[in-house]
Design a protein around this ligand. Structure first.
Ligand SMILES: Cc1cc2nc3c(=O)[nH]c(=O)nc-3n(C[C@H](O)[C@H](O)[C@H](O)COP(=O)(O)OP(=O)(O)OC[C@H]3O[C@@H](n4cnc5c(N)ncnc54)[C@H](O)[C@@H]3O)c2cc1C
Length: 510
C-alpha cells in the first residue's frame, strides 16, 4: 500500500505497531495461490488469485520460487471431486492440466503411491520477507516513511473527517502525532479496533486461526494440495529449505492470543502422513499460528466456529458512505497473494475521493532491490558464501547468514531486537532454532549495537522464549535432541533466565 501511494506521488507514512511482517503476513503458509484452491467454494477469490499470480510473477519474481503446484486425489479424498474441480477451474479461468498419476509420482516420488488423479496448476512459493522488505525499501526510496514500533492509540478527527493518528513510539515512549489528508486502515485482523477508534461501526472481521508446521527438509519440490474441498492440513508448501504443512481454520476470540492445541499438531502430522507416507519420521522444526482476517457481511460473527467456508475475498470499506466519516477507508480480508490488488483498489478509491487522477503503476513497474537470482536456494547461497568465509564468518550456519549482514543491519538499526534480525535475515530460522546463532548475534548487538549487558541478555532471553513457543508443541525425535542441547547451552552454560535484565522482562510482546 505504502509503495503504491508513494508511486502515485503522495507523501505517505506507514505506521506499524511492531515490525513489518509481525502480524498475519509473517505467519502465513507461504503459498502464492494459483486460485485453484478456491474454484469450487469461492470463485471470486479464485479469479483474483489467478490474475495476481500472473502479475506478481512479472513484478516480484525475486520473491517467488516457481515450484508449480499439483492437486492430487489421494485414497482419503472424494474421487468425485476431481471432475467438478476441473470444470470449476475452466469456468474461473484458472489453469489446471490433468497429468498422469504415474507422471506426478515421477515428479514427486515421496507422494502417496495410491494417488489416482493429479492436476498441474500455477501455485508457487512466495517468500513474504523478501516481498515486504522490497516493498518497504522501494517506498522509502520514493520518499515514504516507514515507522515500525509505532502503535496507533488514537485516530484524530476533524469534524466528520479523519485527520490522522496519534501513535506511541514503543522504543522511546514518545507520543507521535501524524496529521494526514487521508487515512487508510490496513490492519488486517485488527481492522475493527482501528475502525472503532475512528468512531465507526465495527467491521465484523472474524479471526480465522490456523497453525502450520515446518518440516526440516523439502519433502516435495512442488506445492501439493489435496484434490478435495478445502480442509485441514491439505497443502504442503516447499519453501527455501523446508516444507510447510497446514493449516487449520477455526475462529479465534483474540488475534493477540492464539493457541497451538496439541490435538491440532497431531492432526497436521497425520494429514502430512496421508500426503507423504513416512512424514511423521521427518524432523518437525517449528510450529506457528496466525489469524486470517475473514469478512463475511452475511454471517453473524458470533455464530461462526469453523471458518473454512468464509470468503477469502477482500473487503474495501468506504466509511464516508457507511458511517458518515470522511477521508477514511478500511481494507481487509484478501490473501497475501492479492496484497497488490488490495493496495491498488484502495488507492484508486483514495484518489477518487480526493478528486485526483493518479493511476496505479504497481502492476507494471517491477519491484527492485531483491537479492541476486538464486538467492532462495541454499546451495546457491553456499556457493557464493564459500569464497568469503575466511573474511566473513557465518553467524548462522543453518541459514548461511554472514557476520557482515548482521553488523550492517545493527549499524543501520542499533535498536534492533533478535526477532528483528530473524525477520530480516532469517537468523534462528534453521534447524538449531537460534541455539547457536542467537548467542553470536547477541554478542554483535552487545559489541556493535551498543546494547548494554542487561539489554543484551534481555534480548537473548526474549528471543529464546519466542523460539521455544514454536518448538515446545512439536518436541520429538531429532528436534528434541536439538532442544535439549540448546537448553544446556542457554541454561547450563549461560544461566540465561538469571542474567541481568532477563528476570524482569515481559515476554508477552515481540
Ligand atoms: C494460517 C494462515 C495461512 C495463510 N496462508 C496463506 C497463503 O498460503 N497464501 C496467501 O496468499 N495467503 C495466506 N494467508 C492469508 C494472508 O496471510 C493474509 O490475508 C495477509 O497476510 C493479511 O495481510 P494484512 O496486511 O492485511 O494483515 P497483517 O499482515 O496482519 O498486517 C496488519 C498489520 O497491522 C498492524 N497493526 C494492528 N493494529 C495496529 C495499531 N493499533 N497500530 C499500528 N499497527 C497496527 C499489525 O501489527 C499488523 O502487522 C494465510 C493466513 C493464515 C492465518
Amino acid at each position: 500500500m505504502v509503495r503504491d501511494a508513494a508511486m502515485r506521488g503522495f507523501r505517505a507514512v506507514l505506521v506499524e505497531r511492531v515490525d513489518l511482517g509481525q502480524g498475519t503476513s509473517g505467519r502465513y503458509h507461504g503459498l502464492l495461490h494459483s486460485g485453484a484452491r478456491y474454484v469450487v467454494t469461492d470463485p471470486v477469490s479464485a479469479r483474483e488469485c489467478a490474475d495476481e499470480n500472473a502479475v506478481l510473477r512479472r513484478v516480484a519474481a525475486g520473491a517467488i520460487e516457481a515450484t508449480g503446484g499439483l492437486f492430487v486425489t489421494t485414497p482419503f479424498d472424494d474421487p468425485a471431486y476431481a471432475d467438478g474441480f476441473l470444470a470449476a477451474c475452466a469456468a474461473s479461468g484458472v489453469r489446471a492440466e490433468e497429468v498422469d498419476a504415474a507422471e506426478a509420482l515421477r515428479r514427486e516420488p515421496r507422494l502417496h503411491p495410491g494417488i489416482t488423479r493429479a492436476f498441474a496448476v500455477d501455485d508457487a512459493s512466495l517468500d513474504i520477507w523478501l516481498l515486504l522488505w522490497a516493498n518497504a525499501r522501494s517506498a522509502e526510496r520514493l520518499g515514504a516513511r516507514i515507522l515500525t514500533y509505532h502503535w496507533v492509540t488514537e485516530v484524530l478527527r476533524d469534524g466528520d473527517a479523519v485527520a490522522g493518528v496519534v501513535c506511541r513510539d514503543d522504543r522511546t515512549g514518545e507520543q507521535v502525532r501524524i496529521e494526514a489528508g487521508f487515512t487508510v486502515n490496513a490492519t488486517g485482523v485488527w481492522a475493527d479496533e482501528l475502525a472503532t477508534m475512528a468512531g465507526c461501526r465495527g467491521i465484523g472481521v472474524v479471526p480465522g486461526r490456523g497453525i502450520m508446521i515446518a518440516m526440516a527438509h523439502r519433502l516435495v519440490n512442488t506445492v501439493v494440495n489435496r484434490c478435495d474441498l478445502p480442509g485441514d492440513g491439505d497443502i504442503l508448501v516447499p519453501i527455501r529449505t523446508v516444507s510447510v504443512i497446514g493449516t487449520t481454520d477455526t475462529r479465534a476470540e483474540d488475534p493477540d492470543d492464539l493457541s497451538i492445541p496439541a490435538g491440532e499438531v497431531q492432526a497436521m502430522l497425520d494429514a502430512g502422513e496421508q500426503l507423504v507416507p513416512g512424514f511423521r519420521g521427518a524432523r518437525a522444526l517449528h510450529v506457528w499460528v496466525g489469524a486470517r482476517p475473514l469478512v463475511d457481511p452475511e454471517t453473524d460473527e458470533d455464530e461462526v466456529e469453523d471458518t473454512h467456508h468464509l470468503s477469502r475475498d477482500l473487503a474495501l470499506i468506504d466509511h464516508a458512505r457507511r458511517d458518515g466519516v470522511r477521508r477514511f477507508l478500511t481494507i481487509t480480508g484478501g490473501k497475501a497473494t492479492t496484497y497488490r490488488l488490495m493496495a491498488e483498489l484502495t488507492m484508486d478509491a483514495v484518489c477518487r475521493q480526493l478528486g485526483e487522477a493518479r493511476p496505479c503503476r504497481t502492476a507494471e513497474v517491477p519491484l527492485d532491490g531483491f537479492e541476486e537470482e538464486g538467492f532462495l536456494r541454499l546451495g546457491d547461497r553456499l556457493a557464493r558464501q564459500e569464497d568469503r568465509l575466511l573474511d566473513d564468518q557465518l553467524v548462522c550456519e543453518c541459514e548461511l547468514v554472514p557476520r557482515r549482514a548482521v553488523r550492517e543491519l545493527v549499524a543501520r538499526e542499533p535498536r534492533a531486537t533478535l526477532d528483528d534480525l530473524r525477520r530480516a535475515l532469517r537468523v534462528g530460522m534453521g534447524p538449531c532454532q537460534g541455539g547457536f546463532c542467537g548467542l553470536r548475534a547477541t554478542g554483535i548487538l552487545h559489541e556493535e549495537g551498543g546494547a548494554g549487558a542487561a539489554r543484551a541478555s534481555e534480548l537473548l532471553a526474549r528471543f529464546l522464549a519466542h523460539r521455544w513457543s514454536g518448538i515446545q508443541p512439536i518436541l520429538s525425535g531429532d528436534q528434541m535432541r536439538q532442544a535439549v542441547l540448546d537448553e544446556w547451552i542457554a541454561q547450563g552454560l549461560l544461566d540465561v533466565g538469571h542474567l541481568p535484565g532477563a528476570a524482569e522482562m515481559d515476554l508477552d510482546r515481540a
